[in-house]
Design a protein around this ligand. Structure first.
Ligand code: TXA
Ligand code: MG
Length: 313
């Protein structure tokens, strides 16, 4: 990764000029663009094949930059102070003076903001000196990339890519929105509901999917491999691949990968997308997945698995 820092200046220049740059964060790899340039944002939607109603997260190097783009409420301020830089995204009223492309926020009055902790992401954001809109660097609806090679698989060789190795968290950031100044969990992630509640000393409610798309990352089918996923499986069937968890996994001659033999949900989260990606091969009829506990990051893992298993639309 050391060598990658030498590429930062070039990558930052490309970003500022409207080119796309794929870069690592502690959660997953993002495909970034200058959030002030409509044309650059349009390129991101095009390479992802993403429906344009889906707004992007805008990445900034620090709190001051975030405050220039949005209107913070007291709870949001407390959360930013506690969890930034880190795997937390805050959805706040958009400041009109921020100059963010309307395409990046999908025309909403709100903006999703995040200050990532990964050193390469931070170096890139500081050098570029523009807000960077960056969705996960996968084609729309597919598994998020947690290694540079996954980004190449998804987006090809044409994209400028900073290689930061494997992402430590492995699941996308926690997304928090606000209703009447009260926090609402829009997408579970590494900053868990329990940790936020302990910090704020107040309950955080889960947004229910319902019919309105509160947060488009809540689309029922999302993060999907090509093969069908069967959840809560104790064993794989004849032609299935097996994604196991914990010490009781029964290997049955089928291809098995164990998310965490010791039963650690953090380790399982870091392995989840990479393992799903490697089992997603046509030699199997589907992927059977063992039950994963819901505690801690388990909530986010189960959220992603549920979406990966949902009927395709
Ligand atoms: O960890 C992450 O968050 C990664 C890295 C690259 O930072 N990014 C990521 O971006 O996962 P993306 O575009 O795949 O997911 C963005 C999520 C979606 O669920 C989207 O609906 C939600 O944030 N979002 C963005 N702007 C929003 C807004 N104004 N209101 C509600 N939800 C919003
Ligand atoms: Mg995504």
């Amino acid at each position: 990764m050391g060598a990658e820092f030498e590429h930062i200046a070039k990558a930052a220049e490309a970003l500022t000029a409207g080119e796309l740059v794929a870069f690592p964060t502690e959660t997953v790899y993002g495909i970034g663009c200058n959030a002030r340039m409509d044309k650059a944002v349009a390129k991101v939607f095009a390479v992802k094949g993403r429906p344009s109603f889906n707004p992007l997260i805008v990445h900034v190097p620090d709190m001051e930059n975030a405050q220039g783009l949005s209107v913070f409420n007291p709870i949001a301020l407390q959360m930013a102070r506690a969890f930034w830089p880190g795997p937390l995204t805050l959805v706040l009223p958009r400041a009109r003076s921020g100059g963010i492309s309307l395409l990046a926020t999908a025309g909403l009055d709100t903006i999703a903001l995040r200050v990532p902790a990964h050193p390469l992401a931070r170096a890139l954001l500081c050098a570029a000196n523009v807000p960077v809109a960056a969705p996960s660097a996968n084609r729309s609806g597919r598994i998020s990339p947690t290694a540079a090679a996954h980004v190449r698989e998804e987006l090809g060789d044409g994209v400028l890519l900073l290689d930061g190795g494997t992402c430590a968290v492995g699941l996308e950031s926690t997304v928090i929105g606000f209703i009447n100044g009260e926090p609402l969990l829009l997408r579970p992630g590494a900053v868990t509901k329990e940790v936020i509640e302990a910090e704020l000393r107040m309950p955080v409610h889960r947004a229910e999917g319902g019919n309105a798309i509160v947060s488009p990352g809540m689309l029922t089918s999302h993060y999907a491999p090509s093969l069908p996923i069967r959840l809560n499986a104790l064993e794989a069937e004849e032609n299935e691949a097996f994604l196991a968890f914990g010490g009781s996994a029964k290997a049955s001659g089928k291809r098995m990968l164990n998310l965490s033999p010791s039963g650690d949900v953090n380790e399982a989260a870091a392995n989840l997308f990479g393992y799903l990606r490697s089992l997603d091969s046509l030699q199997f009829s589907g992927i059977a997945v063992m039950p994963i506990p819901h505690a801690g990051l388990g909530a986010a893992i189960n959220d992603r698995l549920k979406r990966a298993a949902a009927d395709r639309v």
